[in-house]
Design a protein around this ligand. Structure first.
Ligand code: FDA
Length: 306
């Protein structure tokens, strides 16, 4: 049943019509639990609150699967505005971006120009940019553009790698040799068994292997998970291997396992929260429901609340 619900939400995440309606009608159905708000003002306020609790932040100006040049240019301008506003407010954060938001499905060169503008502004303002990894259909192009940007801005840009994919072990080995700052995640998209492990146990196993591989590569590792078993294992691994705090951080999503985030801070671990904001919340929200179909209960509650 859980697998059916997961597939249903991941299929719903791709609906352009539902996405358009969601944008028009605003944050609904309990999405506020996972999304900081619709405007940059909300993002700044949330970032400030999290920073005050000792949590670092990565901001995601929500958006993906953009198919018009105007929308891609607007998304680029929004990301640049975000970098300017947070600098003005002197906040501790970095930016996460999705290449399909910047026009990857329209024209690879256009997307590169947009991403380059964002990373240049981040470099000027002293911020770091992480490229989120989207579905497998965009994996090769994401790598291509990442390598181009990384060659020019080696200290300003990092990438997310998904443990669910068979190819990730090899990809990570190459990124480790280049000293790339990597965020490791389990993977949030529906993929075919030709390219990804269908069984969650295999994903969890590869996730631990990849975390250990990158942590010992000498490069920076963002351990992005809410899985307490993995977190417990990695804490012991870090201690045993004597990995310094400058070379890793835990990362979690806004609205998920909040107490665990604070507990890690209390124990002295570096923790960063991924904070999405904006009107394009629908697909992100569907993926959060897919990860934990039990979340549907609070969607239902929010629908019947007056
Ligand atoms: P797992 O799914 O096993 O969950 C472990 C526990 O965490 C659950 O038992 C539950 O308690 C809690 N939990 C997890 N998800 C929940 C939810 N939605 N609601 C409530 N509780 C939940 N993916 C991707 O493909 N590309 C990317 O770029 C990113 N980026 C990214 C950044 C950051 C900071 C994080 C934390 C995650 C991502 N992801 C991602 C998503 C990632 O791939 C994965 O889908 C989720 O993190 C859920 O997997 P866990 O590792 O938490 O484990």
């Amino acid at each position: 049943m859980e697998a059916i619900m997961r597939n249903l939400f991941l299929t719903m995440a791709k609906s352009q019509t539902a996405n358009r309606l969601a944008k028009r009608y605003g944050l609904r159905f309990g999405a506020q639990r996972f999304v900081a708000g619709e405007s940059i003002k909300h993002a700044v306020k949330t970032t400030q609150q999290l920073n005050d609790q000792g949590l670092k932040v990565t901001l995601d100006h929500l958006g993906e699967s953009v198919y018009t040049r105007d929308e891609a240019a607007q998304a680029t301008a929004d990301c640049i505005q975000t970098l300017d506003v947070v600098k003005e407010a002197n906040l501790d954060m970095y930016l996460s971006i999705k290449l399909t938001q910047l026009g990857l499905d329209i024209d690879e060169n256009l997307c590169y120009d947009h991403a380059r503008k964002i990373v240049s502004r981040a470099a000027e303002n002293g911020y770091f940019v992480r490229i989120d990894m989207e579905d497998y259909a965009h994996n090769a192009t994401t790598f291509r553009l990442f390598h181009k940007l990384h060659a020019e801005f080696p200290n300003q840009i990092g990438l997310a790698i998904q443990a669910c994919l068979h190819k990730s072990k090899q990809d990570l080995a190459e990124l480790g040799k280049k000293g790339v700052n990597v965020r490791l995640v389990k993977g949030a998209y529906k993929e075919s068994s030709e390219v990804a492990f269908p069984d969650k146990t295999d994903v969890d196993k590869q996730f631990i292997d990849l975390l250990e591989q990158h942590l010992t590569s000498g490069s920076f590792t963002a351990i992005a998970t809410h899985d307490e078993t993995v977190i417990h294992h990695i804490k012991q691994f870090i201690e045993k291997q004597d990995i310094p705090k400058e070379r890793y951080e835990f990362q979690m999503l806004y609205g998920i396992r909040t107490q665990l985030q604070l507990n890690l801070v209390k124990e002295g671990y570096p923790v960063r929260v991924y904070v999405p904001f904006g009107t394009d919340w629908y697909a992100y929200f569907m993926r959060r429901l897919a990860e934990r179909p039990a979340n549907v209960s609070f969607v239902l509650r929010s629908m019947f609340k007056k």
